[in-house]
Ligand binder design. Structure first.
Ligand code: TYM
Length: 336
């Protein structure tokens, strides 16, 4: 039997931060040799909130370069840009027409983001999860590695696929595969440096709330020095009264590659004055090779362009086949 297929993506909006790394990209890299991976830059999703057209292309390019810099290996992974494969938009239209409106109105992220956008909320924001569903179903993905915040969108994906199969496929010949989310326990929800009860987010107006993968050592030191802590000595995981402490220990654990027990024992008697320099040092050392690789990749623009061209071709071959199967199941008069 061939390898199972993995599909995932990140939006090219703002800087890539530690939440994106530990919730998504780091896990793609870790598991990549076990799977056949399709990883894309979600630039169609990036315009569901007001965006800057002068930055969309360069943000897309930066994110694709970061995928490689984080360690994606082209032997196992196909990297491409969502808008370069038009089947994503086309399948979204077809699935829109079989998705009940109230399924979308119930999405937590829609409700949260809609409040922020006020009266300017677009149809695209409401439709965002159907586009995400199309991304996944086009590749007949088995597994979708994401952070905790995408769980509800994955449930919707399964519901839409099941509904499509029920309405339009023969019972023993499903057209669309139901994917499973792959959400790792540690790092699935990295919290803000400014408030341990809120998730680290690209859209937080304060850059001090997150560490970005391309932050300089000085920025990392400054952010960790300024981050929110508490007045208690002795650092512990899992104390609901100490969300910042849990988050910072988790970041240290993930960067240092140590077990939870090891970190708990190492830090149990520490104060913040001792722990913060340790976290700074570990974070800077872990990000340095990613940043160096990023510099090298971006020095040769032609290389990344060729990676994305190859990726597009491979992605199109699979996506177009699924799209044709969906159209046939819906009863379209297909071109000959
Ligand atoms: P996006 O760009 O908001 O986030 C990219 C990935 O990072 C994860 N993530 C986090 N994980 C842990 N802690 C955090 N604080 C944190 N913040 C973000 C997200 O869960 C995600 O895995 N809709 C998606 C992009 C997308 C997609 C897809 C993903 C489009 N189509 C198909 C998978 C499959 C998004 O906006 O992610």
């Amino acid at each position: 039997m061939g390898k199972q297929r993995v599909l995932s993506g990140v939006q090219p909006t703002g800087n890539l931060h530690l939440g994106n790394y530990f919730g998504a990209i780091g896990n793609w890299v870790k598991g990549q040799s076990e799977y056949e991976n399709y990883l894309f830059v979600a630039d169609l999703h990036a315009i569901t909130a007001p965006h800057d057209p002068t930055k969309l292309a360069s943000d897309t390019y930066t994110l694709a370069a970061l995928y490689l810099a984080c360690g994606l290996d082209l032997q196992h992974s196909t990297i491409f840009v969502q808008s370069h494969v038009s089947a994503h938009s086309e399948l979204t239209w077809l699935l829109n027409c079989i998705t009940p409106l109230n399924w979308l109105e119930d999405m937590i992220q829609f409700k949260e983001k809609a409040v922020k956008q006020g009266e300017n909320v677009s149809v695209g924001l409401l439709d965002y999860p159907v586009l995400m569903t199309s991304d996944i179903l086009l590749y007949q993905a088995d597994k979708v590695p994401v952070g905790e915040d995408q769980k509800q969108h994955l449930e919707l994906t399964r519901d839409i696929a099941a509904r499509f199969n029920h309405l339009f496929a023969k019972p023993d010949q499903p057209v669309l595969k139901l994917p499973d989310p792959l959400i790792r326990k540690e790092g699935a929800r990295v919290m803000s440096l400014a408030d341990g009860t809120r998730k680290m987010s690209k859209s937080d107006p304060s850059d001090l709330s997150r560490i970005n993968l391309l932050d300089s050592p000085e920025q990392i030191q400054y952010k960790i020095k300024r981050c929110k802590t508490d007045p208690i000595r002795g650092l512990t995981f899992d104390d609901p009264e100490r969300p910042e402490c849990n988050n910072l220990l988790t970041l240290y654990m993930l960067f240092a590659g140590k077990s939870k027990e090891e970190v708990a024992a190492e830090c149990q008697d520490m104060g913040w004055g001792q722990f913060k320099p340790l976290l700074m040092e570990t974070t800077i050392a872990a990000l340095q090779p990613i940043q160096e690789k990023y510099q090298a990749i971006t020095e040769d623009k032609g290389y990344l362009d060729s990676v994305l061209r190859d990726g597009r071709e491979k992605a199109q071959a699979i996506a177009n086949q699924t799209l044709a199967d969906v159209k046939a199941a819906l009863g379209y008069y297909l071109p000959v």
